[in-house]
Design a protein around this ligand. Structure first.
Ligand SMILES: Cc1cc2nc3c(=O)[nH]c(=O)nc-3n(C[C@H](O)[C@H](O)[C@H](O)COP(=O)(O)O)c2cc1C
Length: 220
């Protein structure tokens, strides 16, 4: 079986015995501050993209979809990411403004999951972020019909060249079809690896974006 070579066996007693025990990791009460602390640790240890998160959305038929996006801001209001609003995820969020995200940082063996409602960021906020992007990435946002069929790489390159010629050395405004979304969490779960799969889990829940958080530990 190919999987025998590709997938490691379940760890032995000895491996578990030396498995790093990270001790108490739920060191901060506020979930946003706790997440920021974990993200900052991950940023030091991950080879790249510690801010990458798997984003799950659901289409009009209830069929889930999932892809990676980059977290671009996080505060008490929620988690912000940017995308083409006419992409598959944009259309899905249009019919069902709810999402879940999951961070998994292999280097520190931790996972954080969020579930919540999704609201578009303001035009001012999207403009401010768009203007921090490299010129090529701003042109790319104009040129790409994200998630629509692409007849050839050449077709994309032609679009990029056309947009680059259109804007020349001038300002590149944010395209109407490109903006950000904020996930306003109603549930956040922190998970840390412990030996023998006896992991620690702490979940925060609230009924609305303005209500108080309650917490609960969960069996691994
Ligand atoms: C690490 C990583 C980060 C990504 N970040 C983004 C992002 O911030 N925004 C985005 O639109 N796509 C991002 N992508 C591409 C998406 O995963 C996806 O291919 C694209 O958004 C189209 O998704 P959709 O068809 O479900 O809308 C990223 C991909 C990877 C692997």
């Amino acid at each position: 079986m190919v999987t025998e070579k590709l997938i490691p066996p379940s760890p032995s007693e000895e491996t578990y015995a030396v498995d790093e025990d990270q001790g108490e990791v739920f060191t901060i009460n506020d979930p946003t501050a706790l997440f920021a602390e974990w993200l900052s640790l991950a940023k030091k240890k991950e080879p790249n993209d510690a801010n990458a998160m798997a984003l799950a959305t659901v289409d009009g038929d209830g069929m889930p979809d999932l892809r990676m996006v980059l977290l671009k801001d996080v505060d008490a209001a929620g988690l912000t990411f940017y995308t083409n609003t006419e992409s598959a995820k944009g259309k899905q969020l249009n019919v069902n403004a709810k999402a879940a995200v999951c961070f998994h940082w292999k280097s520190i063996r931790r996972q954080v999951r969020f579930r919540g409602t999704v609201t578009p960021v303001s035009a001012e906020e999207a403009d401010a972020y768009f203007n921090t992007r490299a010129r090529g990435a701003r042109i790319g946002a104009h040129a790409s019909d994200q998630s629509r069929p692409l007849e050839s790489r050449f077709a994309l390159e032609k679009q990029v060249a056309a947009k680059a010629a259109k804007f020349g050395l001038g300002e590149i405004p944010r395209p109407d079809h490109w903006s950000g979304y904020r996930i306003v969490p109603l549930q956040i779960e922190f998970w840390v690896n412990r030996p023998f799969r006896l992991h620690d889990r702490l979940v925060y829940r609230r009924d609305t974006a303005t209500s108080e958080w309650t917490t609960e530990k969960l069996y691994p």
